[in-house]
Design a binder for this molecule. Structure first.
Ligand code: YOG
Length: 135
């Protein structure tokens, strides 16, 4: 059912981040900067309670949540929207739904062969990222 996401993770691939940013309405200049970043995730998991920190040289973003508990997320420093957000388990995967102005918005994390996978969704765009454990 659950999985252990604890750790520091470095990005190794980032497919269609551009399309995801366009769907979020991020301006051209910001996309050009964001598109070359190599973000790092630091995940602190205590059972069903999570803190996910995304670090980069440009901006950082932190979210914290408990599985199954909806909360108001403000995507400060990203697209600066408010969402009603909930994350649930699905066979070890973390499935997030971000209900708000943008349709079909959310993300899914899973671990496969010691890699951290992330799919970011907004409208018709899907960005696929893979992270490895930081050495
Ligand atoms: O992760 O929601 O792990 O929150 C998505 C950026 C770029 C800023 C990053 C900073 C979307 C300018 C968070 C990049 C583009 C572009 C590093 C993804 C928006 C603005 C912070 C995310 C979840 C799941 C946890």
């Amino acid at each position: 059912m659950s999985a252990d996401y604890n750790g520091t993770w470095d990005i190794v691939s980032n497919d269609n981040f551009e399309g995801y940013m366009v769907a979020l309405g991020i301006d051209f200049a910001t996309r050009k900067i964001a598109g070359v970043l190599k973000p790092q995730k630091v995940i602190e998991q205590d059972g069903d309670c999570f803190i996910i920190k995304t670090y980069s040289t440009f901006r950082n973003y932190t979210c914290s949540f408990k599985i199954g508990e909806e909360y108001e997320e403000v995507t400060k420093g990203l697209d600066n929207r408010k969402c009603q957000t909930v994350v649930n388990w699905d066979n070890g995967r973390l499935v997030c739904v971000q209900r708000g102005e943008k349709k079909n918005r959310g993300w899914t994390h899973w671990i496969e062969e010691d890699k951290l996978h992330l799919e970011l969704r907004c409208e018709k765009q899907v960005c696929k990222q893979v992270y490895k454990r930081s050495s």
